[in-house]
Ligand binder design. Sequence first.
Ligand code: SF4
Length: 331
Amino acid sequence: MENKTLLEVKDLKVHFPIQKGIIFKRNAGFIRAVDGVSFSVRKGESLGLVGESGCGKSTTAMAIAQLQSLTAGSVMFEGTDLTALKKEDLQKMRMNFQIVFQDPYSSLDPRMRAIDLIAEPMRIYAKRGLLALTESEIEAKATSLMDVCGLSPTFKGRYPHEFSGGQRQRIGIARALSLEPKLILADEPVSALDVSIQSQILNLLKDLQQQFDLTFLFIAHDLAVVEYFCSRVAVMYLGHIVETASSQQLYHDSLHPYTQALLSAVPLPDPINARKRKRIILEGDVPSPSKIHKGCPFVERCPKAMKQCSLTPPRLKEVSPGHEVACFLYE
Ligand code: SF4
């Protein structure tokens, strides 16, 4: 892994207006899906973004890819602010970062053959004059990507419904690789798959990372998957990052009460260790992201909350090299 920063996200906010009224629509507040998120991803690393459903992980990925408008903040890719780019420049830049979606079935056009699904991004960019490949070169590259992703090229004429879930995800991965991106935004890439298939796809992604020098922002709610795949992890709660650390630090010495609760629920393979471990059950549900929090976003469910936690928000602060936490317990 190089020390060069590939992606830098600063104070990213994505707020959705809540509209009320049938004829005369009025604004009745905002859903604060992402509320001031900052992090960076170094070239060649895999950063895991974890948290419960609805915490803002996928919205963050869509905002990074500029497929969702930002309310505030910046997204720097190799030093270029993507939010400041004109449409044509952004299209060109998009070749560098591609998304692998959670559900390969709904993200693939059911009327297209596997080979065309993989070739489509190349055809679009070639048509725009941004990729110097002929049609036969595109077809050859798509065929080779099928092979690289573990799909027999003899399947190239098949349609998505003729593949299993794991095979469809392999098509989605081959498609994402077709423009030779530097960064893959993998949004829950294995959570729709059977457990037995998950490890095959994770191993494939690891091999591809080596082979193509890829960097990953890996979004998941399953901490065991993230531990296996990612070198660093950022934990999100209610649109905020509450802790970032190396996988090693996070899984052996987590600091934030929310991270500790999440980790206490991860199944352990060893039944003796599993019996010894104390499960932290969080009270209540995740509050609505439309609620304005004066203090810590986790205060309503935190078993260690103190008076000051309701008054001001804790800042994400480095407490040891590479380990940041947003919690007054460590200030
Ligand atoms: Fe809990 Fe307070 Fe820390 Fe928030 S700042 S996680 S409420 S102890």
